[in-house]
Design a protein around this ligand. Structure first.
Ligand code: GLU
Length: 266
């Protein structure tokens, strides 16, 4: 039984664009409603919840009537600006159904690296959590260009977990967890249930640092786990196809892959 997530009081949950939208970029209403209901319930159970949500670019592009994926940076940024509004409108409405307040937090790399801005961000998160809000975080895509981009929301969510000293980060993915081999190529590949050390073997099966090969962007998830380990936070990857898996994880049932840094015994 996993105890690290059963005991986690402060949790960051990351959901990606592909889990929230259809191919067209339109919102998957059933999925987002279910996610909000479960997160509201988890919050009601006494845990602090922070949501890191992507989807702004996809939703914005669909709302703008673009028939292609936004290609240029200004086009992506415009789509993010339009989509972020729409996303927050939906989250606000959904969480209100369960009497929860939400807050939008948009971050970039320099907010995390710059000591004063970092402190401001921490203070804002702490205040929001104290008043019982569910902060909803995304990258500030309107201003973020390469040099100040965090890059992907796996990494952003790990930075947020570290910033607020979360007990656990849960990455909702399109895959069940980390597999010994790419399960799309080898359906018999065994899943790894627990990772205590992130070594060469783990990097290798994740597709190597920086690559997004095959296993649903696993390399960025391993990079996120490294940030979590550094911060003393546990991390889990579970499949967003079955959001009830969040209950399984938090109630100690076997699901996904759990990353919990192995204590060094001297
Ligand atoms: N911030 C981007 C969005 O909201 C997504 C970035 C990512 O998921 O890697 O569309």
């Amino acid at each position: 039984m996993n105890t690290v997530f059963t005991q986690a009081k402060r949790i960051v949950i990351k959901v990606g664009s592909s889990s929230l939208t259809y191919e067209s970029g339109n919102i998957n209403i059933r999925q987002i409603e279910k996610l909000c209901k479960i997160l509201a319930d988890i919050k009601n159970s006494g845990r602090e919840v922070v949501l890191v949500s992507s989807g702004a670019v996809a939703v914005g592009a669909s709302k703008m009537g673009l028939h292609h994926k936004p290609a240029t940076i200004p086009e992506k940024q415009a789509a993010a600006a339009v989509g972020q509004c729409e996303l927050m409108y939906i989250y606000d409405k959904q969480f209100l159904e369960y009497h929860h307040k939400v807050a939008q937090v948009l971050l970039t790399r320099d907010n995390i690296d710059h000591p004063e801005r970092r402190r401001n961000a921490v203070n804002t998160f702490e205040t929001l959590l104290q008043i019982g809000c569910i902060p909803i975080v995304n990258e500030n895509d309107t201003v973020a260009v390469d040099e100040i981009k965090i890059g992907d929301n796996d990494t952003l969510s790990a930075h947020v977990a570290s910033l607020i000293h979360a007990d656990g980060l849960i990455l909702l993915s399109d895959i069940d967890g980390l597999f010994e081999r790419n399960p799309h190529e080898d359906p018999k590949a065994p899943i790894i249930r627990h990772v205590g050390v992130i070594d060469e073997h783990i990097h290798q099966i994740a597709g190597g640092a920086g690559s997004n090969r095959g296993t649903g962007g696993m390399a960025t998830k391993i990079a996120a786990a490294e940030i979590c380990f550094e911060a003393g936070c546990a991390m889990a990857i579970i499949n967003s196809n079955r959001l009830e898996g969040l209950y399984d994880l938090l109630e100690g049932r076997e699901i996904g892959t759990i990353f919990e840094k192995k204590a060094i015994t001297l």
